[in-house]
Design a protein around this ligand. Structure first.
Ligand code: GRF
Length: 203
């Protein structure tokens, strides 16, 4: 299955996917390209180091939001992408992309949905909210993307303990190490191997 990974930042989740591929844990996934809206995203360097096409597609290149979404959709269709993985991608997907890849887009979120999710809940903010609420357990979720924010069907979740001395940064790191970097390759394997059936491809 031809996979595109969309990123905005450091790309440690992308790295977890690439490591899983190298170690033979994703035999049915072909990583075709990594697309970023930020030129300096280290994830683009990780892609190049693995011989994967790295595409810089900034929103600012387009006057209208819709035109960016069409360009992103076309970039994915041109490469005959069958599964889109959002791995720390900070651009909200619009109708053109969602319609073309309905049921074929997954996202990783650093909390146990439905806690600490929805509009404005991303990055360190999610862990700040978990600590402020005083939860003793948090975690990560991989889910399908639908028209809402973090509202699509849940694929996998993993719980992670919150420790008394946690800061948002220490909690973020533990959630990544103990949950995100395991869940995302597992979810991609479940889909690419056909164990979780997904929608029709337009590619
Ligand atoms: C992760 O916490 C992920 O859950 C969230 O954005 C962060 C991306 O980190 N959606 P990285 O770029 O994969 O290191």
């Amino acid at each position: 299955m031809r996979v595109a990974v969309l990123v905005s930042g450091g790309g440690t989740n992308l790295q977890a996917l690439l490591d899983a591929k190298t170690e033979g844990r994703l035999p049915d996934a072909e990583f075709v390209c990594v697309i970023s809206n930020r030129r300096e995203a280290y994830a683009l360097t990780r892609a190049k180091e693995h011989g994967i096409e790295a595409v810089y597609l900034p929103t600012v290149r387009f006057k209208r939001r819709e035109d960016f979404q069409i360009a992103l959709r076309d970039a994915l269709l041109e490469r005959q992408i069958e599964l889109v993985v959002l791995a720390g991608y900070l651009v909200v997907l619009g109708k053109p992309v969602l319609d073309a890849f309905r049921g074929r887009i997954i996202n990783i979120h650093p909390s146990l949905i439905p806690s600490f999710c929805g509009d404005g809940c991303y990055g360190l903010r999610v862990h700040e909210m978990a600590l402020a609420r005083g939860v003793k357990v948090t975690g990560a979720t991989v889910h399908f993307v639908d028209d809402g924010t973090d509202t699509g069907p849940i694929i996998l979740q993993k719980a992670v303990d919150v420790l008394p001395d946690d800061t948002p940064e220490s909690l973020q790191l533990r959630v990544m190490q103990q949950a995100e970097w395991q869940l995302l390759p597992q979810a991609v394997h479940l889909i690419t191997s056909g164990q979780i059936p997904i929608g029709r491809s337009e590619a």
